[in-house]
Design a binder for this molecule. Structure first.
Ligand SMILES: Nc1nc2c(ncn2[C@@H]2O[C@H](COP(=O)(O)OP(=O)(O)O)[C@@H](O)[C@H]2O)c(=O)[nH]1
Ligand SMILES: [Mg+2]
Length: 394
């Protein structure tokens, strides 16, 4: 008679086996129930976060297809201003235009928005660059982001000056502006960036599937917990443009922007919203008062930028040449367009979002917002009280 194997386990082993089974069961249930958990807990996702390829080696190139996972559509009915954890997201992404050399400053910005908001929502990120992103940029940014990341190359024809720009005249104008001491006065790259942010970022194919974007820049800070979903707020309240800081533009960068805008309105009165915020843009002499939303922070509806009104406006400005011959910024361009082509109620001041882009900040006064900033900081938003459109009260 052969000896029967002893199938009994000592009690400690039973306990260990039980715990392992529970963990496996929990993981399977969570994967089954939640897309977000599946995406973040999958071996592929963990590998990509660690910057490893399927064979465990550092990635040579980031998998763009992983990054294009379809987000959830906005739900609508169950919006709750304090509903953190609400699982129905808007169809939205963070958009970050950056150079490879911006990586360390970008990491700080992503860390901030993750800690204050996105770790609960896992919205995707779209990174754009006029040069290919390198592995260092991709590895570090995708390691911090809680949502999927995609990395896009800006097409040359969206970045470089259009053919009607006289290059030698543009170079002369840059020199004049530099001599006048205007910030970025001598920079052709900065002008290209402003033109791209004005007229092209929303045409990048990586954004085609989204309705809303939130622009993030290097070196920004988010001071307060954001315990609701601003994207959902935009979608559920039919907002099309959201801002948090407004400032005056440097006069020398936009000498003919308002004149060109007025010509456009005369040619295309059909694009004006009714009512609109033209009043908010001008002084007593009907000159542009230079007030603008500071566009390094923006939460917007991409379909506004894709609209015929906006595209016609950008095209008109572009042919006038001021992006190269002067130094028109995307902030006044977006702001003027929003004020003219949107209704006041479609524009939202996110006064509850504490934010800093050096050197200025917005710090909500209300201590209930739990903000780590000083509302009386000399560079804080209160100093621009007079710029605040009168329809937006604190
Ligand atoms: N890819 C790329 N991004 C740029 C370039 N210049 C500026 N940016 C990005 O455009 C945004 C605005 O530039 P920034 O230097 O922050 O300008 P500032 O905020 O107006 O001082 C940032 O997100 C930059 O990373 C460029 O030449 N190439
Ligand atoms: Mg910046």
């Amino acid at each position: 008679m052969s000896a029967r194997p002893d199938l009994r386990l000592p009690p400690l082993k039973y306990l260990a086996a039980g715990i392992v089974s529970l963990v496996v069961l929990f993981h399977l249930a969570a994967v089954h129930k939640s897309d977000a958990y599946a995406r973040h807990a999958s071996v592929d996702a963990l590998r990509s976060r660690l910057g490893l390829s399927s064979d465990g080696m550092p990635v040579a190139s980031f998998r763009q297809d992983d990054a294009l996972a379809a987000p959830h559509r906005a739900g609508g009915a169950d919006w709750d201003a304090h509903g953190a954890g609400n699982s129905t997201r808007a169809n939205a992404a963070f958009v970050i235009l950056a150079r490879n050399s911006d990586v360390w400053e970008i990491l700080g910005s992503i860390r901030g928005i993750e800690d204050r908001f996105n770790r609960k929502y896992n919205y995707p990120y779209v990174f754009l660059n006029d040069e290919p992103f390198n592995d260092e940029f991709k590895r570090h940014t995708s390691a911090i982001a809680s949502g999927p990341c995609s990395y896009g190359l800006v097409p040359r024809e969206h970045w470089e000056e259009p053919e009607w720009i006289d290059e030698s005249k543009a170079a002369e104008e840059r020199k004049k502006m530099a001599d006048a001491g205007v910030i970025y006065g001598d920079s052709r790259g900065y002008r290209r960036m402003c033109r791209y942010q004005s007229g092209y970022f929303f045409r990048h194919p990586l954004l085609d599937t989204y309705d809303y974007y939130w622009r993030i820049e290097p070196s920004v800070k988010f001071y307060c917990d954001i315990d609701y979903d601003p994207f959902r707020y935009m979608a559920d309240n039919k907002k099309k443009y959201g801002w948090t800081v407004s400032l005056y533009e440097y006069e020398k960068t936009i000498p003919t922007l308002w004149k060109t805008t007025k010509e456009f309105i005369e040619k295309h009165p059909e694009h004006l919203a009714s009512p609109n915020m033209r009043q908010w843009l001008v002084n007593d002499k009907d000159e542009y008062n230079r007030c603008h939303f500071w566009s390094n922070f923006e939460i917007g509806d991409l379909n506004f930028f894709r609209s015929k009104a906006y595209l016609d406006y950008f095209d008109y400005l572009d042919h006038a040449g001021g992006f190269s011959m002067e130094r028109w910024g995307d902030a006044p361009v977006h702001s003027i367009a929003a004020a003219l082509f949107l209704k006041p109620e479609e524009i939202h001041w996110f006064h509850d979002i504490g934010y800093m882009h050096p050197p200025f900040l917005h710090c909500p006064k209300d201590s209930a917002s739990r903000c780590a900033c000083n509302p009386k900081d000399p560079n804080a938003f209160g100093n621009w009280k007079k710029l605040r459109p009168n329809w937006a009260s604190e």
